[in-house]
Design a protein around this ligand. Structure first.
Ligand code: PLP
Length: 387
């Protein structure tokens, strides 16, 4: 049976990318590797929209999140954390692990943070060294207001704006340099259409000044060491050569599409999914939905976990359920990375089928019909959904 991935990471991988990773392994200190790394470094600057080097680590995305904290902050520093889901909680956990005091802005799950909360917190305590948040809080399907937050933090010379954009990079527009974001973290297994195993950190000039003062322990995730090597077109340790070959290919494909094309594709697929879900009589969970993933409330009387299980058992489709307090309450459909219009139609039709099995009747094709109108450009996305 054919298998399908519709979870917000890992996501499907294009055949060209799989093929590019099946070559014989190149030695990372051999001349053959030099043009590969060089092209990838350029490509990363392009997709992160920054002039500085983008650091590359062999880890899951969390490694670069941890590095962002351990390379810029010091013991006893205070950091403001937007905590509105599992990934916001991760920032808090990393801070606590290293003796950084996390001051949490608790946002109800499903809502975006109000930027004025950040403004107030920084006014009350200008000694806060960093604001840590997500571009897209994958656990709730929420997009936080990145531009507004960056605009506030950039007025504070001694505060960094540190963004987990693991489900934002390659999905929607995050012009790092233009908006003055200090660290942008990315990961390979989301919109970059690769397996898990690469983490990225783009670091601003302002953040590099913090790096020279930071006293937290670090060894593998040492930003300075990685930068010095990248500037010589090397990496400090053995890079994940095979994944970097894949990354070169996925970046070529993304470049051919162009940033605007990439963002428009995600906007269209996400809008179509949201319209379809509503047409099916379901409700969106996120009040400010991200174009990376659509979180949907399980209909009354239906256990969301059963929808996830039904899709897996019946169709070998993997979607994501809700985590923690959202377990059984929501399900999440990913549309970041290697997806096209027919993938969306397919997942909608599969969900209709499983909902029917669980006693929630949707007239067949209702979701696909609504989605198609948006995919065909016949109907514009609802105004409130245009960010
Ligand atoms: C996937 C993801 C991460 C990284 O998780 P890893 O399992 O460490 O790769 C971090 N933040 C967000 C918002 C994510 O979606």
């Amino acid at each position: 049976m054919k298998k399908y991935l519709f979870a917000p990471g890992p996501t499907p991988i294009p055949p060209e990318v799989i093929q590019s990773m099946s070559d014989a392994v190149v030695h990372h200190r051999a001349p053959d590797f030099l043009p590969i790394l060089e092209e990838v470094r350029e490509g990363l600057k392009w997709i992160f929209q920054c002039n500085n080097e983008v650091l590359i680590f062999a880890s899951s995305g969390t490694g670069a999140m941890e590095g962002a904290v351990t390379n810029t902050l010091s013991r006893g520093d205070r950091a403001l954390v937007v905590r509105g889901g599992k990934f916001g909680e991760r920032w808090t956990g990393i801070c606590q692990a290293y003796g950084v005091e996390a001051k949490n802005i608790d946002v109800p799950w499903g809502e975006a943070v109000d930027p004025s909360e950040i403004k107030k917190a920084l006014q009350a305590d200008p000694g806060i060294k960093a604001v840590l948040f997500q571009a897209s809080e994958t656990s709730t399907g929420v997009a936080h207001p990145v531009k507004e937050i960056a605009g506030i933090v950039r007025n504070y010379e001694n505060t960094l704006c540190i963004l987990d954009a693991i489900t934002g990079i390659g999905v929607f527009d995050i012009p790092m340099d233009k908006w003055g974001i200090d660290i942008v973290v990315g990961g390979s297994q989301k919109a970059l259409m690769l397996p898990a195993g690469l983490a990225f950190a783009a670091v601003s000039d302002k953040a590099w000044k913090f790096v020279s003062k930071s006293n937290l322990p670090k060894y593998y995730f040492n930003f300075n060491k990685e930068l010095k090597n990248l500037q010589k077109n090397q990496t400090a340790y053995t890079p994940a050569v095979t994944l970097i070959l894949g990354l070169r290919q996925s970046l070529r494909m993304l470049r051919a599409e162009g940033l605007e094309g990439i963002f428009a594709r995600h906007e269209t697929l996400a809008s179509a999914t949201r319209a379809a879900v509503k047409a099916m009589g379901l409700e969106l969970f996120a009040k400010s939905p991200s174009n990376a993933v659509t979180a949907v409330n399980a209909p009354q009387g239906v256990d969301g976990q059963k929808i996830v299980k039904g899709l897996r058992d019946k169709f070998k489709i993997t979607i994501a359920g809700g985590q923690d307090k959202l377990k059984g309450k929501i399900f999440r459909i990913a549309h970041l990375g290697f997806y096209d219009r027919f993938d969306i139609i397919m997942i909608l039709s599969a969900i209709e089928s499983v909902l029917k099995d669980l006693g929630f009747n949707v007239p067949p094709g209702k979701g696909a019909d609504a989605a198609q109108k948006i995919l065909d450009g016949v109907q514009k996305p609802a105004v409130c959904e245009i960010k």
